[in-house]
Design a protein around this ligand. Structure first.
Ligand code: ZN
Ligand code: ZN
Length: 416
């Protein structure tokens, strides 16, 4: 009887302690039904604190000049644990991707452009112009190559022309944005400088290297807290990247589809296919050689159409020389890097983003001599019945908010 009791107790006790075994034989952990699952295989922007020693890089454009929904032109956001953020290139289509990360616009205030092809600089005007209506209240800083023999072709001449081209837009928005949001400080970098230090603040050093793409093209190397980020810009394989990007924690280098794919995908002539795929750019095989020599912790292939049928061909070519860690970049790929750990995930971006609130008080708009003056003709199109509805909306707003804003346009007398 005593034996029986012991046996029963043992059975009951083991039942109380019983934990179902996982597939691997380990006891599974217990998850609360109301707490979030603590590990995430995807990156949800706005949910993860960046640790003081950590670097996070988000691909906000990995593509080419050819327009495609899936890939914007080159753009990489580098976020550091000290609070600094840098945007390397702003190819067309990238401003929306940056916005989808939900970062306060004022925190994206340092933009570095490798060269002035539109797949690397095409969205800078949109980004700059959108700042005023996107809760920005601080100036913007821009770096890029100088123009060499033609000073007008450097980043300064280019940004002046951007301002001229969009003067109407800036003038017509003057009354709605903070006057600081359009302020732009531009710094030119000597495009022939080799490992030239041009930024040294807050423990962050950024160097430029020349590239072999078109004159006035550069690459960048950022060093911070013992971590090294290298970004090749557009280039044929060059000795400067081999020397100065060696051992990078994250080495982003361009490559192009092989020539036969240019014929297949873009109906190019044989001559054009070889020029596009191999000259002034890097073939996947040469990319492999570059990474074999420089041995980064993570090699990132940028600047190619990354599809189900191209990726295996690109990877096969790369693997002829390089066996190390490799990411074939896609838009919204994200890397978290510290000295011990390097993870690659995809970000789940918010397609319906709004900018976080501004962090400093607004300054009143500056209305200068060059401010936009309406032609009275437009006012002749105002109409009584619809203006009355607009005025009603403003009156309700004033009542709710305790303001006294005058609807200047819809209160105008009607023209004939
Ligand atoms: Zn280019
Ligand atoms: Zn390019």
């Amino acid at each position: 009887m005593k034996l029986e009791t012991t046996k029963v107790l043992a059975i009951c006790f083991s039942f109380l302690l019983a934990i179902p075994e996982g597939a691997n034989g380990d006891a599974p952990e217990q998850w609360s039904p109301v707490d979030p699952f603590p590990t995430q295989s995807a990156y949800y922007p706005g949910t993860e604190k960046l640790h003081p020693d950590e670097m996070r890089v988000v691909a906000c454009g990995t593509g080419m000049p050819q327009p495609r929904l899936k890939q914007a032109g080159s753009c990489y956001l580098v976020e550091l644990g000290n609070g600094d953020k840098f945007v390397f290139d702003m190819g067309k289509g990238s401003a929306e991707r940056l916005a989808a990360l939900g970062i306060p616009t004022d925190q994206l205030n340092k933009v570095l452009i490798s060269h002035l092809h539109f797949d690397h600089a095409g969205d800078f005007p949109s980004f700059w112009l959108a700042r005023g209506v996107n809760a920005a209240r601080q100036p913007l800083f821009l770096w890029g190559p100088g123009g060499g023999q033609n000073s007008g072709w450097g980043i300064k001449g280019w940004s002046e022309k951007v301002k001229q081209a969009w003067a109407w837009d800036v003038a017509t928005r003057e009354s709605s944005g903070d006057p600081r949001s359009t302020q732009l400080t531009v710094t030119e970098i000597d495009w022939k400088g080799v490992n030239k230090l041009f930024y040294d603040e807050n423990g962050v050093k950024i160097y430029s290297i020349p590239t072999i793409h078109i004159d006035q093209s550069i690459g960048f190397i950022l060093e911070w807290n013992g971590l090294k980020f290298a970004y090749s810009g557009d280039t044929a394989p060059n000795k400067w990247f081999l020397e100065h990007a060696a051992g990078a924690d994250l080495a982003i280098h361009e490559l192009m589809l092989p020539p036969d794919m240019w014929i297949e995908k873009y109906s190019m002539s044989h001559q054009a296919a070889v020029m596009s795929g191999t000259q002034g750019h890097t073939t996947p095989r040469a990319f492999g050689k570059i990474m074999e020599i420089t041995k980064p912790r993570m090699a990132v292939a940028n600047h190619m159409q990354n599809d189900f049928d191209t990726a295996p061909i690109i990877e096969k070519e790369i693997r002829m020389y390089y066996r190390g860690p490799l990411s074939l970049a896609m838009d919204f790929m994200v890397w978290n890097i510290d000295k011990e750990r390097l993870t690659t995930r995809m970000a789940v971006a918010n397609p319906e983003s709004y900018p976080p609130p501004a962090q400093v008080p607004a300054l009143p708009p500056v209305v200068g001599e060059s401010s936009y003056q309406w032609d009275p003709f437009s006012f002749t199109g105002l109409e009584e019945r619809t203006s009355a509805v607009t005025n009603q909306v403003v009156e309700e707003f004033n009542l709710e908010q305790g303001t006294n804003i005058e609807p200047i346009l819809s209160r105008m007398p009607f023209g004939k």
